[in-house]
Ligand binder design. Structure first.
Ligand SMILES: Nc1ncnc2c1ncn2[C@@H]1O[C@H](COP(=O)(O)OP(=O)(O)OP(=O)(O)O)[C@@H](O)[C@H]1O
Length: 310
């Protein structure tokens, strides 16, 4: 797949504090690439360096497709983490103004703006002043502003924050559909369930450095070990002694057994002690949410994690 953005060995310090170090990834045509990490990990700093809002101390950023052709700046869309539009201007005027800054034809921009407002349940709001919008409505308008000019590369910093579940779903579908039409999308998010559902690849950053980089499938296969949830009254000591169990969490009569990475569920089930109390038993892979918490709390340790087949 054609590369649209290539970040190599990016480094940035504020005063003496190294904020990001040796960050490298690319974003390809038609894919959703998610950048994840705990608060303060360095996601926005990475995005701001890409957008030229601040200059990196090290590394290179290329907006170039694989044929060496530069992607013009007016073909990039950006939704910053800081929300805010000019207050005393009406919605359509601001959208057309921003489209014009990108050299996008105004008649087409107007058509797209009306169609997006309708899609986002904001029909009739084109003539309303921005200050009259609720926070979520404002965010929808800002999202429209980032895509009105049909960008080839779209960078979304926390697009879902502050949105209700219905609006999150609308954004999710729209982002997915833009990727299907060929837009290269880089997004940062804390909503692991959404990322898990929509991202093709992900880059996880912790304390300014890469901990995971790969396709969602690879990440799951490599990091999402199985867990077995048992409903029934069982003693912790009996569970932790079972072969392949790395960690046990208990709450009332429910126990979650976290299994080692080399465990094959079918053979593991066969060797369970007969005296176990089992009302219900399920086996699943741990979710991206759990992988994220493990990393953020240093429970499981992926510091040695290398690059997957990105
Ligand atoms: N202009 C600045 N001057 C000094 N330190 C900064 C500046 N901007 C960010 N930092 C620091 O850089 C680190 C990374 O911040 P950044 O905003 O990139 O994190 P983030 O991963 O986007 O976090 P969040 O999920 O909370 O938005 C933090 O420790 C932050 O305090």
């Amino acid at each position: 797949m054609e590369t649209m953005l290539s970040v190599k060995n990016l480094g940035k310090a504020f005063k003496d504090k190294q904020i990001i170090k040796d960050i490298s990834f690319d974003v390809r045509k038609g894919e959703i690439m998610a950048i994840l990490g705990p608060n303060g990990a360095g996601k926005s700093t990475t995005i701001r360096n890409i957008m030229g809002i601040m200059y990196p101390d090290a590394g290179t950023i290329d907006f170039q497709n694989s044929n060496g052709k530069d992607i013009p700046r007016n073909k990039i869309g950006y939704l910053p983490e800081e929300r805010g539009l000019y207050k005393n201007v009406n919605v359509m005027d601001i959208l057309l103004y921003l489209a014009e800054l990108k050299d996008y034809p105004l008649d087409k921009a107007k058509e797209r703006a009306l169609s997006y407002l309708k899609k986002f349940d904001l029909e009739g709001k084109d003539k309303v002043s921005v200050e009259e919008l609720s926070k979520g409505m404002g965010q929808k308008v800002q999202f429209i502003a980032s895509v009105i000019h049909e960008p080839e590369l779209l960078i979304l910093d926390e697009p879902f924050s502050g949105l209700d579940p219905v609006s999150q779903e609308l954004f999710k579908q729209e982002i997915r559909s833009l990727a299907e039409k060929g837009t290269a999308i880089l997004l940062s998010s804390h909503q692991m369930n959404l990322v898990e559902e929509m991202a093709d690849r992900l880059f996880m950053i912790h304390r300014g450095q890469k901990v995971i980089y790969g396709t969602m499938d690879d990440v799951k296969t490599q990091y999402a070990n199985f867990k077995c949830t048992i409903h029934g009254k069982n003693a912790y000591d009996d569970l932790i002694r079972i072969l392949g169990v790395q960690r046990v969490e208990q709450e009332d009569d429910k126990s979650i057994l976290y299994l080692a990475s080399d465990i094959h569920p079918a053979s593991w089930l066969k060797q369970l002690p007969e005296q176990l109390a089992i009302q219900e038993l399920t086996i699943d892979r741990i979710s991206l949410h759990e992988i994220f918490i493990d990393i953020a709390t240093d429970k499981n340790l992926l510091q040695e994690a290398g690059e997957l087949h990105a």
